[in-house]
Design a protein around this ligand. Structure first.
Ligand SMILES: [Fe+2]
Ligand SMILES: [Fe+2]
Length: 233
């Protein structure tokens, strides 16, 4: 099981690179038992995935990834805000501060990582993008999803983390499917985007870019599950 505290962005990047081997990915995939996740997060995740299918199709595409990524960063963003607010009131409780600190540190690194995904993938999806599916649906859903994530985490941090495990698991397998279906085409194209350089990643081609994003999602999934076990069990 993944360690529950990141040592920083370099540690995150080291873990991402380690998942480039199939053996390490298989081991990481087996770390999380999805069958223990409760019915409420499961139902909400199901509704989200059905909506993605209705608006963006069953098969993964850059436009579908853009919609997924717009929502993917929101739980982390909302958790960071919540940690800040809760610590404003309960800063004298040291153990609570440590638990929230673990969640906050994970949320901060993951949020920065998901922001990179959405910026770069929006750049890649710009030719497919239209006003409704490329702009309006992601923007409106992001607004409502932010407030939903705040309320959901206040009601139950366990449910919030479980929903995130399912969301990240879905993202991981969507990227994996996309990589299998478009390997040749992705290897034939470079990935040039200023934001990627700013973030500190330099994949040799689009295939490697999507491989690393897929690995990111597996780490997000496993870290959410590790936090669930370590802090909120
Ligand atoms: Fe992502
Ligand atoms: Fe993710």
């Amino acid at each position: 099981m993944a360690s529950v505290v990141y040592e920083g962005k370099e540690d995150f990047e080291r873990r991402v690179r380690a998942l480039q081997t199939k053996k390490n990915r298989k081991m990481a995939e087996a770390e999380v038992d999805l069958s223990s996740i409760g019915i409420i997060p499961r139902m909400i995740a199901h509704v989200l995935f059905v909506l993605f299918r209705i608006f963006y199709g069953k098969q993964p595409s850059p436009l579908k990834f853009k919609a997924i990524e717009v929502l993917a960063r929101i739980p982390y963003q909302s958790w960071e805000s919540l940690v800040f607010v809760v610590l404003t009131v309960f800063f004298s409780n040291e153990q609570l501060a440590i638990r929230l600190g673990k969640l906050g540190r994970f949320a901060s690194i993951a949020q920065e990582n998901e922001t990179m995904h959405v910026v770069v993938i929006s750049h890649l999806a710009r030719k497919q993008s239209d006003l409704i599916r490329g702009v309006a649906i992601p923007a409106v859903s992001a607004f409502f999803y932010y407030w939903f994530c705040i309320v959901f985490a206040l009601v139950s941090k366990k449910w919030a983390l479980e929903l995130n495990v399912l969301f990240e698991n879905h993202a991981y397998y969507q990227y994996d499917t996309y990589l299998s279906a478009h390997a040749q085409n992705l290897k034939a194209n470079t990935c040039s985007c200023d934001y990627l350089t700013f973030y500190g990643r330099n994949p040799k081609d689009l295939h490697e870019f999507f491989e690393l994003v897929r690995n990111d999602e597996l780490i997000h999934r496993n870290m959410s599950a590790a936090l669930l076990t370590d802090i909120y069990a």
